[in-house]
Design a protein around this ligand. Sequence first.
Ligand SMILES: Cc1cc2nc3c(=O)[nH]c(=O)nc-3n(C[C@H](O)[C@H](O)[C@H](O)COP(=O)(O)OP(=O)(O)OC[C@H]3O[C@@H](n4cnc5c(N)ncnc54)[C@H](O)[C@@H]3O)c2cc1C
Length: 377
Amino acid sequence: MRNEILIIGGGVAGCAASIALARKGLSVTLIEREPTPRHKVCGEFLSGEALEDLHALGIDVASLGAVPIQHVRLAAARRAAEAPLPFPAASLTRKTLDTALLAEALVAGVHVKSGCRVQTLNRNADNVWEATLDDGSTRTAPTVFLATGKHDMRGHGRPKDPQQWVAFKMYFRLTSEQTAELADASELMLYPGGYGGIQPVEGGIANLCCVVQQRYLACAGNRWENFLAKMQEDCPHLAMRLKGAEPLLTKPIAITHLPYGFIRSSTEDGLYCIGDQAAVIPSFTGDGISIALHTARCATTAYLAGVLAPAFQTKLRSDLLFQMRLAEVAANGLNNSLARAVLPFCLKVWPGVMRVTAKLTRVAQSATAHPHMVTES
Ligand SMILES: Cc1cc2nc3c(=O)[nH]c(=O)nc-3n(C[C@H](O)[C@H](O)[C@H](O)COP(=O)(O)OP(=O)(O)OC[C@H]3O[C@@H](n4cnc5c(N)ncnc54)[C@H](O)[C@@H]3O)c2cc1C
């Protein structure tokens, strides 16, 4: 029983954890609600740490068509500034990445059950975790890794998102001139109520991913077309990029409930929370995938070392706290109208600031199981 593990959610964190545990010879079942990987709302920026973790899992992003990203540009009002990224980075669609991770999980010997949603997760009379699936079947295991990303499981949810963020993603085929101008850069654009990013992904197309607070979206009649027009009005740099561009999805993918800044502080025995279920960093950092991989690695290391889930979760929180709070402060600055007003005049110094913040908001690689943690008996 000790070696049976249930992983709920087959995204980045769930797949990474399942691969690591299966490679240690453990019996791992992964339950993913989607029958096959599909597009997810994500900027699809892979930071240096994410690339290292993916490489260790056996994922060769270059062979999957990932585009190297070497520059970051910030555009506010009519100005833009550029800086070289101080670390290697790439971009790859989540559909391609999630497909590769699930394939690797199968190779590692994980029992993957796709197309089934876990509806409830509770302790049963024998005090083991019991998951009820939407096909009516149940799965029991003493240890569960909760990796459902933005979807909360009843009884194990995260706090509300007071800012009521809404996020959109849309793929575009830019004109050849704009494709060449965008080149190997990830561009961050600021506008009232939020920010957005555009960057090239595999297949010669670009990903526009943006977040906005609900009250600003309401000003655009809660309609994507109006909001897209407003973003371009407020940020002419985006209007230039999208001039003559062809949208490639019939409508954008959208999500709500983004509790930015959340870090889980406690959990129950045998329940390791990873990925967005452990921590949600503001999207502009492009660090969510890296944190998902990092938390999966720390949780599996902790489990294998016999560290109890509550002790793991407390340690993880303290390890991530500084980076998360720093990212929040930076995000509040981006959303502050005064900061946005003065930013265009500060863009000359921005490349230096970007380099510093990019370094500071990276995950501390040291965060892992600690010898003085309580161990499972
Ligand atoms: C607007 C936006 C832009 C972002 N841009 C970036 C970026 O550029 N770079 C970056 O690194 N990060 C980015 N992120 C963050 C990143 O997308 C997430 O942090 C990351 O996907 C978290 O991984 P995860 O494994 O926790 O969740 P996911 O990858 O979302 O996986 C969760 C999986 O669980 C499954 N699931 C959910 N509920 C159930 C259930 N009940 N039963 C079974 N399966 C279930 C889902 O179908 C899904 O496949 C962005 C996030 C947002 C919102």
